[in-house]
Structure formats: structure tokens, C-alpha cells
Design a binder for this molecule. Structure first.
Ligand code: F6P
Length: 337
């Protein structure tokens, strides 16, 4: 008899204990979420666990959306795709106790013994709420913002930074040709991690982030000095949480009289094929989430710490602000002199 792809693993590795694990993606999508889903599914199946996909994140749980069994083939051909095959929603109503209760009851009624939640800060808060309602849950940090404490990297950040650097490279060509100042507004919500990393990698003259105060007249003096020394263009990266790119551009034009242009990269930063670094991180974190659930652990987020994967208690990281790498901010200023 011909054995279907994966069936032999199910037979050989069937284990007692963890039997039915659900996985969902939540909040803003991030490149690499699919690679994480793939890892959860395949590592789970490898250990004889049945994996179910919840569509549309917490909304799917509140509404009791059918749990879709995911097989080896369900996650074929997705490691290189941005977005999320499970679909995602922002679900502010999940902060309501009644909805958390409804979701927990649904998972219990469906016999789910473990849940993997892939998403950003809001999604991990939801994970903690479910854990407090008796669900065994492990979180995986996935957000382009990289603003989650306890982990040096979240899935999607590397891809977004590379997308921005690619945009900066293109803008440099036209900026130099016209000897213009380009203001580039990037995402990051209330944080400047993306702006800083892209600014350092892209050689921006100035990076404006919400974590650090800035004085526009001083920035303009630096811009003028650079132009006087023969610089043909300048790139100013503005994190959306620090200011509006359009406003900064107007003010620079007013103070310096230099010609400015604005590019708001917007959701371009969230799409695209994940980089190898994000695929590797997502694969490792997805597999580790299953490993933690198999060990009976719950209420944890898989984190990257000193280059190693660790589990950190969700309750310890969710109200904590992530430390901003000020040394990189100083370095960016020095190198763009
Ligand atoms: O959290 C990721 C993020 O892309 C932020 O950088 C941005 O502020 C926000 O999501 C945009 O959210 P939405 O896609 O819901 O408009």
C-alpha cells in the first residue's frame, strides 16, 4: 500500500498527551508569518499532533469559526510568501472579558490542548488573557515594528528593514540627480526601531524617532553644512510615531530654502517575500513553540536572546518598554557627518 506523504510520520510518532493544537495569526501581518505557520504544522505533525488553523485571529475564536485541519501539504509552497494564509484581523473587542471567555470556551469545547499565537504586542496580550482562562498557549513575536520587549528580533522586522533600504537606494538615485532633500516616512507605530535600523543600513543623514527628542533647526544646520561641503542629496528618515513626513518636509524647506520631496512608504513595508533571516527565525520559533507545548509549558513567548531561542513568561514582557539602541542612534549621526 502506498503511504501518503506524512502519514508514516503520524503512525510512527503518535504520542500521548498533546493531541490537538490550534494556530492563529493576529494583528498586522508580517513577512515570515507563513513560514512560522508552516513550522508549527510540520513540527506538530512530526510528533503526531493534529494541527488546526484558526482563520482571522481572535475574531475567528470569538465567532467560533470552524477549525481547519492543516496537513503537510496545507503549508506547502508558503515559506516564501508574505502575508498570512490564515488571514488576520485587528480585534480590539478581544480586550473584553466576555469575548476572552467565549474564545476559551470554544477552544475547550473543540478539545484543543495547545494554542500557538503568532503576532505583535496586542496579540500576545490576548495570548496571556487566554492562558489565564485555562488555555495552554505559546506566543511567537511577529511584527515589523520589532517593539516587543524580551526578544532582540521579531518575525518580519528584517524583511521590512530591507524593503526600506531598497527604497532608500532608489530614492538616492533621483535625489542625487536633482540635488534634493528626501524625507522618507516609515512605519513603527509608537517606536523607532525600524527607522533606526533602516537609517543605519541606508546611510540616512538624519533619523527622527519618538524615543529621542530632536531640534529641527539643528538638523537643518547639519543639512546646510553637508550641502555646502558638496553633498548632492540628503535622506531624512522619519518614524511615523515621531512626526509627519509632510510636516517635516515643509519645515525643512521653510528653514533652509532647499528643495524637498516626501515619500511615505506605508504598507509596502509590510508586504513581500520574507528574507532568509526572517524565514529562519520563523522556522525556528514555530518549531520551538511546539516543543514548549509538548513539554507542558504555557504562558510563554518564544524569544531571541543573545542569538539563542528562549521562552520568556508573557506576563513579564507585555507592560515593559523595549530598550532603544541609543548607541546605534549615535553611530548613525556620526557616520552621516
Ligand atoms: O504594527 C505594524 C504596523 O504596520 C505599524 O507599523 C503601523 O502603525 C500599523 O501596523 C498600521 O496598521 P494598519 O495596517 O491596521 O493600518
Amino acid at each position: 500500500m502506498k503511504i501518503a506523504y506524512g502519514e508514516n510520520l503520524l503512525v510512527r510518532k503518535r504520542v500521548v498527551g498533546l493531541k490537538r493544537v490550534a494556530v492563529l495569526t493576529s494583528g498586522g501581518d508580517a513577512p515570515g508569518m507563513n513560514a512560522a505557520v508552516r513550522a508549527v504544522v510540520r513540527k506538530g505533525i512530526y510528533h503526531g499532533i493534529r494541527i488546526y488553523g484558526v482563520e482571522r485571529g481572535f475574531a475567528g475564536l470569538i465567532n467560533g469559526s470552524p477549525l481547519n485541519p492543516l496537513w503537510l501539504g496545507s503549508v506547502a509552497d508558503i515559506i516564501h510568501r508574505g502575508g498570512t494564509i490564515l488571514l488576520t484581523t485587528r480585534t480590539p473587542e478581544f480586550t473584553a472579558a466576555a469575548n476572552q471567555e467565549k474564545a476559551a470556551d470554544y477552544l475547550k469545547a473543540e478539545g484543543i490542548d495547545g494554542l500557538v499565537i503568532i503576532g505583535g504586542g496586542g496579540s500576545l496580550c490576548g495570548a496571556l488573557a487566554l492562558q489565564r482562562r485555562g488555555i495552554k498557549v505559546v506566543g511567537i513575536p511577529a511584527t515589523i515594528d520589532n517593539d516587543i520587549a524580551g526578544t532582540s528580533s521579531s518575525i518580519g522586522f528584517d524583511t521590512a528593514v530591507n524593503t526600506i533600504v531598497d527604497a532608500i537606494n532608489r530614492l538616492r538615485d533621483t535625489a542625487t540627480s536633482h540635488e534634493r532633500i528626501f524625507v522618507v516616512e516609515v512605519m513603527g507605530r509608537e517606536s523607532g526601531f525600524i527607522a533606526l535600523a533602516a537609517g543605519l543600513a541606508g546611510g540616512a543623514e538624519t533619523v527622527l524617532v519618538p524615543e529621542i527628542d530632536y531640534q529641527l533647526p539643528e538638523i537643518c544646520r547639519r543639512l546646510m553644512a553637508g550641502m555646502e561641503r558638496g553633498k548632492l542629496h540628503s535622506i531624512i528618515l522619519v518614524a511615523e510615531g515621531a512626526a509627519s513626513g509632510y510636516q517635516i518636509s515643509e519645515e525643512i524647506k521653510e528653514i533652509t530654502g532647499l528643495e524637498t520631496r516626501v515619500t511615505v512608504l506605508g504598507h509596502l513595508q509590510r508586504g513581500g517575500s520574507p528574507t532568509a533571516a526572517d524565514r529562519i527565525l520563523a522556522s525556528q520559533m514555530g518549531a520551538e513553540a511546539i516543543e514548549r507545548l509538548r513539554n507542558g509549558e504555557s504562558g510563554q513567548m518564544i524569544a531571541l536572546e543573545g542569538g539563542k531561542l528562549v521562552g520568556v513568561p508573557l506576563k513579564d514582557i507585555l507592560d515593559v518598554g523595549k530598550a532603544f539602541p541609543e548607541e546605534n542612534y549615535r553611530l548613525t549621526r556620526i557616520l552621516s557627518i
